[in-house]
Design a protein around this ligand. Structure first.
Ligand SMILES: Nc1ncnc2c1ncn2[C@@H]1O[C@H](COP(=O)(O)OP(=O)(O)OP(=O)(O)O)[C@@H](O)[C@H]1O
Length: 261
């Protein structure tokens, strides 16, 4: 049997009466680089946020290394009641890191402190060890000269690289990227995509929601096309971009003006 690091089963998510995710099943093997593409409002960000429980699931289950997250405490027909303890959620977020569109850095902390914070408060590292790890990760994203700067003194691309270093420093097993370049000026997009690409080459398991279809084509080992809250089509980048089976996928790719292979 294939070894799955993450498994999603029958995931639905509603906000009030608006059902945004309508039944998603997905198995992810270690080292896969998955790009999630789809039109605005198709549920891409919501799906990603469900994977580290920033959103509660309406129905369905998520398994990490074969273990279901949360404890089922009751069942009413098909609907389960599941309890997620703060400890479980903290554990999941250690294992599943996330980089956001808006960086989400702490504005009152220096670059170094931003990366050290989770290492000390969540992982319980000593300040000395946290500093060592943080400096090493910031060097990898070429920000070793900005350790004492504050986020407001950095470009958007540099801030996003701090956010990536902060996520990587926690050694997550899976990294989620939610449109990490969409709030950047066009000239800064390349530096962040290069950083993400390097992480992929290191064999990390990654899921990336993106509108940069050219990058998705080069980067992803698997592409998911989300439409109306479901995985409408999935396959290798070659299959999805060059030979999609569905007319809807074909039309989406043809419409996306950024796409250049
Ligand atoms: N917290 C929320 N409360 C209510 N509705 C929400 C919430 N978050 C998302 N939605 C709704 O869920 C739907 C899907 O949103 P989502 O952000 O997942 O789409 P997306 O595919 O990532 O879109 P985009 O490409 O524009 O970012 C939208 O109709 C949105 O209004």
């Amino acid at each position: 049997m294939k070894n799955h690091i993450l498994k999603v089963e029958g995931l639905t998510k509603s906000f009030g009466t608006n059902q945004v995710l309508k039944g998603i099943d997905l198995d992810i093997a270690p080292g896969e680089r998955i790009a999630i593409i789809g039109g605005s409002g198709s549920g891409k960000s919501t799906f990603l946020r469900c994977l580290n429980f920033m959103e509660t699931l309406t129905t369905g289950a998520i398994y990490l290394d074969g273990t279901r997250i949360g404890r089922v405490v009751g069942k009413d027909g098909d609907k389960e009641s599941v309890v997620y303890s703060p400890r479980t959620l903290c554990d999941v977020r250690k294992r599943v890191g996330m980089v956001f569109q808006q960086f989400n850095l702490f504005p009152h902390m220096s670059v170094l402190q931003n990366v050290m914070e989770g290492l000390v408060t969540v992982l319980g590292k000593s300040k000395g060890e946290a500093r060592q790890i943080a400096e090493a990760e910031l060097t990898k994203v070429a920000l070793h000269e900005k350790l004492d700067a504050f986020p407001s003194q950095l470009s958007g691309g540099q801030q996003q690289r701090v956010a990536i270093a902060r996520a990587i420093a926690m050694s997550p097993e899976i990294l989620l990227f939610d449109e990490p370049t969409s709030s950047l000026d066009p000239e800064l997009v390349g530096e962040v995509l290069r950083t993400i690409n390097t992480l992929g080459e290191e064999g990390r398991t990654m899921l990336l929601v993106t509108h940069e279809l050219g990058f998705a084509y080069r980067f992803a080992t698997r592409v998911l096309f989300l439409y109306d809250g479901k995985i409408h089509e999935q396959g290798t980048a070659e299959e999805i971009f060059k030979n999609p089976q569905s007319e809807r996928t074909r039309a989406f790719i043809a419409r996306s003006s950024e796409f250049s292979l």
